[in-house]
Design a protein around this ligand. Structure first.
Ligand code: CFM
Length: 535
C-alpha cells in the first residue's frame, strides 16, 4: 500500500512532497505511527477545510436554539446558518420556561465598505439593540468575522455594554475566520467562552438518580434525539447536550450532572477537560454510531455508576433494541459484505463510522480528517509530545481552578482502578490508527488532487465525504454519501439509525445508474497543467 502513497505524492514538487508525506501513512508500516496534523494547508492546494468562524459560529454555537447568534461581518459570512449544516431543533417549553428558537433566522450586522473604513462598532450596538427590541432573547452571542479582527472592532467591550444595557447574557466570540489553521480553532474559542460565561450559572438540579451531559453531539439529521431517547429509556437524565438541539437554559446547568459523555471529542474535549478540573466531573468517550458501539457505550455508563439495577435496565434496553434490528443487520451484512469504503470527514466521523461499516462487513481502505489533531489519530497519550507552533499558540488555552461550591470528587481511587480493570477508560480516548486494518491508508487534510488519485487507485465501492467532493466521485461512477449531512437522510445514530444507514448504503450501491455514467472529462480533453508552480 505504501506504493499507493508514493505513486500519488511523487507527482508533487520537492517542497510540497516534503510537507505532504508526513500527513499520509499506511497503517502498520511506519513505526511508530505518527500523523502530522493541525498545521497550515499549503497555499494554492484545494483543501476541504473550513475556517475558525465556521467552527465557532456554525459548529459549536449554531445548534443552541434559544440564543441569538449575531454575525458581526459582511453578509456572506452570515450565510453559514442552519441550512448549511443539518443541525435540527424545535422550540420547546420546559418547566414553564418560554419557547424560543432562533435557528431559522440569520442575524448579521451586514457590514459594508464604509463600516470597514470607519469601524463597525456603532452598527454592532445598533444590531444588538434591534435584536433586543424585536426578539428579547435570553442570550446573544456575537461572532466576529475576518474583517472585524483586521479593523480592530472591540467585540468583547460591546458584549459587556450589551449585558449592562439590556440585562441579558451577551457574549463576544473573537473567532475571526483567519485564526488557527482550520475550524478546529473555532471549536476551542467557543469551548472557552462556554465554560467562562455559561456553564455553572444555572441552578436546575437533575431529577433522576443518574444524570449526564452529552458532549460533542450536534443533532445532525436528528442523531442527538436518537441518543437522548436511548439514554432516557435507561432512566438516565440528559441535563444538557453540547450542543445539538440544545439551549442556553440547559447548558448553564451542565455542572450539576454526574458524568459527561463525549461523542465528538475533537470539537468539545476542551469543555470536557475543563469541567473535570472545575467540577470534578469525569468524562467517558462514547460512540453511538453502530449497534456494537452503542452497546459498549451504554454498558460503560452502567459500569461508571456501578449500580446493579441500572446495569440490568441497560441490558434489557439493549436486548429490546437488538430484537428490532438483529435480523435486518444480518440481511444487510449478507448484501454488503466484502465491500470497501473510503471516508473523509472533519474530525471524528471518519473513525466513528468505521465501527458501523464493519458490522456490515464493509472494510475501510482509506480514512482522513480535515482538521484533526495528532491525538485524533494517535490517542490522547500523544498530547504531551505535540509541540505548539505559532498558529496553535494564537488560540487561547485557559486553565480553570476547582469551583469552591460545586467541585466534587466523584469516585474513589479504588473505584477508578476497578473501572480501569474492566477496560473503561476515564477522561481518555484512543485514536483512529488503532482501529484500522494493516495496509489501510490514513491521510490528514486530504486535498482534491489526492482525493481523486486515491479513489482512482484504491477503487472503493463507496466514498463517504461531503458536498465539496461527492460529485466528482459520482460523476466518475462511484457512489458517494455525505457524512456531514447524510444527504437529507438520517438519523444514523442509535440502533434504528444503524439500519437506516445500512439501507441507504445498499440502495445507493444497488442502483444500476453507476454503470451508465461516464465522467464528462473522459469524453472531452481536459486542460493540462503542472502542480506546484515552482518551475
Ligand atoms: Fe465533530 Fe461534528 Fe466531526 Fe466537527 Fe464538522 Fe459535523 Fe464533521 Mo461536518 S463537530 S469534528 S466541525 S463530528 S460539521 S457534526 S460532520 S466536519 S466529522
Amino acid at each position: 500500500m505504501s506504493a499507493v502513497k508514493d505513486e500519488i505524492l511523487e507527482k508533487y514538487n520537492a517542497r510540497v512532497y516534503k510537507n505532504r508525506k508526513e500527513h499520509v501513512i499506511t497503517v502498520g508500516e511506519g513505526n511508530p505511527d505518527v500523523v502530522k496534523a493541525n498545521t497550515r494547508a499549503i497555499p494554492g492546494i484545494i483543501t476541504q477545510r473550513g475556517c475558525c468562524f465556521a467552527g465557532c459560529k456554525g459548529v459549536v454555537l449554531g445548534p443552541i436554539k434559544d440564543a441569538v447568534v449575531l454575525v458581526h461581518g459582511p453578509i456572506g459570512c452570515a450565510f453559514y446558518t442552519w441550512g448549511t449544516r443539518r443541525h435540527k431543533a424545535y422550540a420547546d417549553v420546559r418547566d414553564g420556561e418560554r419557547a424560543d428558537c432562533y435557528l431559522e433566522y440569520c442575524f448579521s450586522t451586514d457590514m459594508q465598505e464604509s463600516d470597514i473604513v470607519f469601524g463597525g462598532e456603532k452598527k454592532l450596538r445598533q444590531a444588538i439593540t434591534e435584536v433586543v427590541q424585536i426578539f428579547n432573547p435570553t442570550a446573544i452571542f456575537i461572532c466576529s468575522t475576518c474583517p472585524v479582527g483586521l479593523i480592530g472592532d472591540d467585540v468583547q467591550a460591546i458584549a459587556r455594554w450589551g449585558e449592562e444595557e439590556f440585562k441579558i447574557k451577551c457574549i463576544g466570540f473573537s473567532c475571526e475566520g483567519y485564526k488557527g489553521v482550520s475550524q478546529s480553532a473555532g471549536h476551542h474559542i467557543a469551548n472557552n467562552q462556554l465554560i467562562r460565561h455559561i456553564i455553572g450559572t444555572g441552578d436546575r438540579e437533575p431529577k433522576e438518580k443518574y444524570s449526564i451531559n452529552l458532549l460533542g453531539e450536534y443533532n445532525i439529521g436528528g442523531d442527538g434525539w436518537e441518543v437522548e431517547k436511548l439514554l432516557k429509556r435507561c432512566g438516565i437524565e440528559v441535563v444538557s447536550v453540547f450542543t445539538g438541539a440544545s439551549s442556553y437554559r440547559d447548558i448553564k446547568n451542565a455542572h450539576l450532572a454526574d458524568l459527561n459523555l463525549v461523542q465528538c471529542h475533537r470539537s468539545i474535549n476542551y469543555v470536557a477537560d475543563m469541567m473535570k478540573d472545575k467540577y470534578g466531573i469525569d468524562w467517558i468517550k462514547v460512540n453511538f454510531i453502530g449497534t456494537n458501539s452503542c452497546k459498549e457505550s451504554l454498558r460503560a455508563i452502567g459500569e461508571y455508576f456501578g449500580d446493579e439495577e441500572l446495569k440490568a435496565i441497560i441490558e434489557a434496553v439493549i436486548i429490546d433494541e437488538m430484537s428490532n434490528v438483529a435480523e435486518e443487520i444480518l440481511y444487510l451484512r449478507c448484501k454488503l459484505k466484502g465491500k470497501t469504503a473510503a471516508l473523509y470527514v472533519g474530525g471524528s466521523r471518519s473513525h466513528h463510522y468505521q465501527n458501523l461499516l464493519s458490522e456490515f462487513g464493509i472494510s475501510t481502505v482509506l480514512a482522513g480528517y480535515e482538521f484533526a489533531h495528532r491525538d485524533d489519530y494517535e490517542g490522547r497519550k500523544v498530547i504531551p509530545d505535540i509541540k505548539p507552533d505559532a498558529d496553535s499558540k494564537n488560540i487561547e488555552s485557559i486553565t480553570v481552578e476547582p469551583d469552591p461550591k460545586f467541585y466534587k470528587v466523584r469516585l474513589t481511587e479504588e473505584q477508578r482502578s476497578a473501572l480501569f480493570e474492566k477496560g473503561i477508560m476515564l477522561n481518555e480516548y484512543h485514536g483512529m490508527i488503532k482501529d484500522m486494518e494493516e495496509g489501510s491508508v490514513i491521510c490528514d487534510d486530504l486535498n482534491h488532487f489526492e482525493t481523486e488519485e486515491f479513489l482512482r487507485i484504491l477503487k472503493p465501492d463507496i466514498f463517504f465525504s461531503g458536498i465539496k467532493d461527492k460529485f466528482v466521485a459520482q460523476k466518475n461512477g462511484m457512489l458517494s454519501r455525505q457524512l456531514h449531512s447524510y444527504d437529507y437522510s438520517g438519523p444514523y445514530a442509535g440502533f434504528d439509525g444503524a439500519i437506516r444507514f445500512g439501507k441507504d448504503v445498499l440502495l445507493g450501491l444497488s442502483t444500476p445508474a453507476w454503470s451508465y455514467i461516464r465522467a464528462p472529462w473522459k469524453n472531452t480533453p481536459c486542460l493540462e497543467g503542472t502542480l506546484g508552480g515552482e518551475e
